[in-house]
Design a protein around this ligand. Sequence first.
Ligand SMILES: Nc1nc2c(ncn2[C@@H]2O[C@H](COP(=O)(O)OP(=O)(O)OP(=O)(O)O)[C@@H](O)[C@H]2O)c(=O)[nH]1
Ligand SMILES: [Mg+2]
Length: 301
Amino acid sequence: MSEKLEGFVCGAVAIIGRPNVGKSTYLNHSIGQKISITSRKPQTTRHQILGIKTFEQSQIVYVDTPGLQVSPDRALNRGMNKEVIRAVAEVDVVLFVVEAGKWTEADENALALIKRAEVKIILIINKVDKVKNKPELLPFIQKITEKMNFVEVIPTTATKGDNIPLVENAIIKLLPHSEPWFSEDQITDRSVRFLVAEMIREKLTRKLGDELPYRLNVTIEQFKEDETLVHIHATIWVESRGQKKIVIGKEGSVLKSIGEDARYDMQNMLEKKVFLETWVKIKEKWSDNVNALNQFGLSSE
Ligand SMILES: Nc1nc2c(ncn2[C@@H]2O[C@H](COP(=O)(O)OP(=O)(O)OP(=O)(O)O)[C@@H](O)[C@H]2O)c(=O)[nH]1
Ligand SMILES: [Mg+2]
């Protein structure tokens, strides 16, 4: 082993918590690039995604997970919870993310789940910027730390990147000696095609989340790159004619603005001009249909 690799540490870290606490926002800030989509809507993350952060002497392999659901009644939710349970069993460290001042039944369920696994846990109290009176945080933190032992407790504001280096250092202290698993320039395990589809889903969720909760999916039919241009052909899948009308908007205005925003992100990532074509198609009740979930790679059943 070379001298550099002798002291190297590397391991997997699952980011766990109820929906909407800021798990993906934390990941994107630690990695320094948007690889996991975020929005105000709960259940934004649907797929497990790896984010890789490499330092001089260490590599953190994050597993971003969908927020744990309280009521796993639909096929989509059942599949997502299973993914999270599997992730916890396979990692060296868990980041348990909660929202400052807000403890709910869903947090309690998430805690019960990680309690069962024998793994080191760092408690992240995120969104501390939202708490005006900071001393109020102390009894909140105390109540959670009475429930179980955490290796460390770190307050963060993920949107501003506050305290993220502290979290990274806390993780690194807990990782086992190992050679890096990924090359130092790799930041995710997902393909460019996947990231591009997710960028469209993010804009849809942000723009139409209230009207179309959880019912959207995006597939990429074509991804062709030449010297100067990337041609992308995407399909947005909805469940009914009514939803199709909402996504397209008056005279195509909604679809146009979603396409423009997504194209902006794509061009940033690909560092090339993007020609984006999007179609809206109807697929009935895909979120309750295990076959359809399989087709989209969303099911673990
Ligand atoms: N004020 C504030 N907002 C935050 C902070 N971190 C995240 N948010 C916002 O909270 C919302 C949810 O963030 P996400 O990162 O998508 O949350 P998530 O935990 O990944 O959610 P799911 O994928 O649905 O489980 C977004 O609108 C973020 O901008 C923070 O530190 N402060
Ligand atoms: Mg997320």
